[in-house]
Design a protein around this ligand. Structure first.
Ligand code: ADP
Length: 485
């Protein structure tokens, strides 16, 4: 598989600056590993500040012409790009599975939603409208227009290395912005592939630039440069805060999609089968490595044991294996550090009185594979109640009243996604209204779609990606007063 992917037309081990694929100035590289085997796939350039600055300058030079194109023109290029992604979904998915580890079917899903974001923003590009404001003066007319913010710095994580860039690049390019993007060092190839896709679609040199390497140095170059007018970041709250602070010095706009600590509330009146299916989807997708993955299950005490038993049976049935193994539903974790965190959370929960129903240890496959785990009888004193595990661990915490469940669900500095299972319509509205989260799934465990606004509140971030709101973050409003009429 490795050799097949290295010869794919989308495979690059170079930076893309002003339309040229180049190594890091120093020639230094970082190895990239297959998380399923530990085998080295290839390398990515270990670039830093100087290369990033040149990429920003290229993006700034490309900006006026790109912004001046008609929306229909940009939309046509993005439509072509989306079609190319769809036509090459298998090759792109294989590359994604190789470097990230997720099952091939999930990888294909990520590629297809990536195409859907680009398609969506191609359509939205033609709907960036202004406004005419009724003037309080007879001799003046007042207008509002919307203009692209300028050069955008985009930094993305390893868990969705393709679709996270789709959300950012799709919106930025549709709005008329140019971009310098930095994919994660763990999964650079699905990011660098965007450079190939952009070239193939006929997007001009300098509009999309890609750098990899020293993350703090690249981040600093992006936040310090006066021509970068916006930073869009998906990743940890720690790095998000750091980049927000750095960006504040130049009063740059920021969009931050940060950590979550998603609660999943199951009331006694819920359809238990559907709740279990929703729980499996919301917990174990990408082996628990998504920012909207459930971290804490709150289950009404009267059904706690029944729900726990069914969830454990389903978790046990999930086939663990390399993403390329037929039927595998749980791939490896991204690295040893991720595995160590899951182990620490499991040990803590068991030490503090949790009951292990299934899993609880490294998988027999070795490497970074971990068994899908369910622990019942959890409580607020466990680490998992506060800290995002980002792995295949489900801890169930019983509750007695609706108020108690809502208050426990909100007792976190995070506010990205929450899930509620109930058949009581009034409760569905009451509870979803009371949850301090940017996104709530009621009787729905998989909420991500390009047509809806994705994003969080509190320390989970700011700004929304996807939907017809998704372009707002890439547009500045300009008020125009025409006098002397
Ligand atoms: P995760 O825990 O999901 O890996 P990170 O926030 O560490 O989240 O990483 C997300 C992205 O942020 C990656 O592309 C990573 O290289 C980048 N990153 C990490 N540290 C910094 C930094 N100091 N400045 C800019 N980017 C950073």
């Amino acid at each position: 598989m490795r050799d097949q992917i290295r010869t794919s037309p989308f495979f690059r081990e170079a930076l893309l600056i002003d339309g040229a694929w180049t190594p890091a100035d120093s020639g230094a590289t970082l190895p990239v590993h297959d998380p399923a085997t530990g085998e080295e796939i290839g390398t990515s350039p270990h670039a830093g500040g100087p290369e990033t600055t040149r990429a920003i300058e290229a993006a700034q030079r490309a900006f006026p012409a790109w912004a001046a194109r008609t929306a229909a023109d940009r939309a046509a290029l993005l439509q072509a790009l989306a079609a190319d992604i769809r036509a090459n979904a298998d090759a792109l998915a294989a590359m994604l599975t190789l470097e990230q580890g997720k099952p091939l079917a999930e990888a294909k899903g990520e590629i297809m939603i990536g195409a859907a974001y680009v398609q969506w923003f191609a359509e939205e590009a033609r709907r960036v409208r202004g406004d005419v404001i009724p003037s309080p003066w007879a001799d003046r007319k007042l207008f509002v227009t919307r203009e692209p913010v300028g050069v955008v710095g985009a930094i993305t994580p390893w868990n969705f290395p393709f679709s996270m860039l789709a959300r950012k690049l799709g919106a930025a390019l549709a709005a008329g912005c140019t971009v310098v993007a930095k994919p994660s060092e763990f999964t650079p190839y699905s990011g660098l592939a965007w450079g190939v896709l952009a070239e193939r679609a006929g997007i001009p040199a300098g509009v999309v630039n890609l750098v990899t390497g020293d993350a703090p140095a690249i981040g600093k170059a992006l936040t310090d440069h006066p021509d970068v007018r916006k930073i869009t970041f998906t990743g940890s709250t720690r790095v998000g805060k750091l980049l927000s602070e750095q960006a504040a010095k130049g009063v740059k706009r920021v969009s931050m999609e940060l950590g979550g600590n998603a609660p999943f509330l199951v009331f006694a009146d819920a359809d238990l089968d559907k709740a279990v299916e929703g729980a499996v989807a919301a917990k174990y997708r990408n082996s628990g490595q998504t920012c909207v993955c459930t971290n804490r299950f709150y289950v009404e005490a009267s059904i706690h044991d029944a729900f726990a038993e069914r969830l454990a049976a389903r978790a046990k049935s999930l086939v663990v294996g390399s993403g390329f193994t037929e039927g595998a539903l749980q791939g490896p974790l991204i690295n040893e550090a991720a595995l160590a965190k899951v182990e620490a959370h499991v040990a803590d929960a068991l030490e503090k009185g949790g009951r292990l129903l299934t899993g609880g240890r490294r998988h027999a496959l070795g490497g970074t594979f971990y068994e899908p785990t369910v622990i019942a009888g959890g409580h607020a004193g466990m680490t998992v109640a506060r800290d995002e595990t980002f792995g295949p661990l489900a801890v169930l915490i019983p509750f007695d009243t609706e108020a108690e469940a809502v208050s426990a669900a909100n007792a976190t500095e995070y506010g990205l996604a929450a899930y509620v299972y109930t058949r009581d319509l009034a409760r569905a509205f009451r509870v979803s209204g009371a949850l301090k989260y940017g996104m709530v799934g009621v009787n729905d465990g998989v909420i991500t779609t390009e047509v809806a606004p994705f994003g969080g509140v509190k320390e989970s971030g700011m700004g929304r990606e996807g939907s017809h709101y998704g372009l707002d973050d890439y547009l500045d409003m300009k008020y125009l007063s025409i006098g002397g009429l």
